[in-house]
Design a binder for this molecule. Structure first.
Ligand SMILES: Nc1ncnc2c1ncn2[C@@H]1O[C@H](COP(=O)(O)OP(=O)(O)O)[C@@H](O)[C@H]1O
Ligand SMILES: [Mg+2]
Length: 223
C-alpha cells in the first residue's frame, strides 16, 4: 500500500445563502495515495470545487479534519497554513488565475520565490522549456492564448515540486484541441515528477485515464 498523502475525515461544508443554509458536502471521507491520479466527477453544482478547495487548504471545512502529508491542516492558523500550502500543493484553476501584472516567467517563479528558493528563475525557465513556452516567458497573460495561459498555470503549480497538485476543470475554458494538449501535458508532467493529482471534471473523456474515480452527488461520495 502506497503512502497516504491526503486524507479527509468526515468533512462537511455548508453555505449560507440568504436565510438558508445549503449543505454542499456531508461528512465526506477519502484517502489519496502518493502518486495517485484521482478524478472527482459530478454534475455542475455537486461540490467538486468546494471539495478541492477544502482538500488543498484554500478553504476550511465547517467540521471534519484534513491531513496533508500527515499534518492536520484544519488545526493550522492561516499564517502557518499559507507557507505549508505553497510548498506542499499546486493548484490549477479552470480560469487560469495568472497574475496579470507579472510576465509568464514571473508567474511561474512566484511560488518558488515565496519559498525563498534561490533557483526559482532556473526552475521556472526549465518548466517553460518543457511546455514549449520558453520564448513566451517575457509575455504578459493578456498576450497569451487560453491554452498557453493554462500551460503557464501548470508550470506555476509544479514549480515547487509539490506532493499534490489539484486541478479544477483545467480544460473547462479551452476548446477541445487545446484542452487535449493541456491535459496530456499535465498528465505527462505529473508522471515525470511523480506528483499526486486530484482533478475535478465532468468529462468522461478525462476520467478514462484516472487511477480511480470518485462520484460526488447530494453532498456524498460514491466510488
Ligand atoms: N461561496 C459560496 N457561497 C454560496 N454558495 C456557494 C458558494 N460556493 C459554492 N456554492 C454553492 O455550492 C454548491 C457547490 O458548488 P461547487 O463546489 O462550485 O460545485 P461544482 O464545482 O461541482 O460545480 C453550488 O450549489 C453552489 O452554488
Ligand atoms: Mg466547480
Amino acid at each position: 500500500m502506497a503512502e497516504q498523502v491526503l486524507k479527509a475525515e468526515d468533512v462537511s461544508k455548508s453555505y449560507q445563502v440568504a436565510e438558508r443554509s445549503i449543505r454542499v458536502l456531508d461528512r465526506v471521507s477519502l484517502v489519496v495515495a502518493q502518486g495517485e491520479f484521482l478524478v472527482v466527477e459530478g454534475k455542475s453544482g455537486s461540490g467538486k470545487s468546494t471539495l478541492l478547495g477544502l482538500l488543498s487548504g484554500l478553504d476550511r471545512p465547517d467540521t471534519g479534519r484534513i491531513f496533508l502529508h500527515g499534518r492536520d491542516i484544519t488545526m493550522l492558523s492561516e499564517d502557518q497554513l499559507a507557507p505549508f500550502r505553497n510548498r506542499a500543493t499546486g493548484y490549477v484553476f479552470q480560469s487560469f488565475h495568472l497574475v496579470p501584472s507579472l510576465t509568464a516567467l514571473e508567474n511561474v517563479m512566484f511560488p518558488a520565490e515565496l519559498n525563498r528558493d534561490p533557483n526559482a528563475g532556473e526552475k521556472a525557465a526549465e518548466l517553460l522549456r518543457r511546455v514549449n513556452l520558453y520564448e513566451r516567458g517575457a509575455n504578459f497573460p493578456h498576450q497569451l492564448s487560453g491554452g498557453e495561459k493554462q500551460r503557464i498555470a501548470i508550470c506555476r503549480a509544479l514549480v515547487n515540486r509539490p506532493q499534490v497538485v489539484f486541478a479544477d476543470e483545467p480544460t473547462g475554458n479551452l476548446d477541445s484541441a487545446n484542452g487535449e494538449t493541456v491535459l496530456h501535458l499535465l498528465l505527462e508532467l505529473r508522471r515525470e515528477l511523480e506528483t499526486t493529482l486530484v482533478l475535478a471534471t465532468h468529462s468522461r473523456e478525462i476520467s478514462r485515464s484516472a487511477d480511480r474515480i470518485l462520484h460526488l452527488a447530494d453532498g456524498r461520495i460514491t466510488p
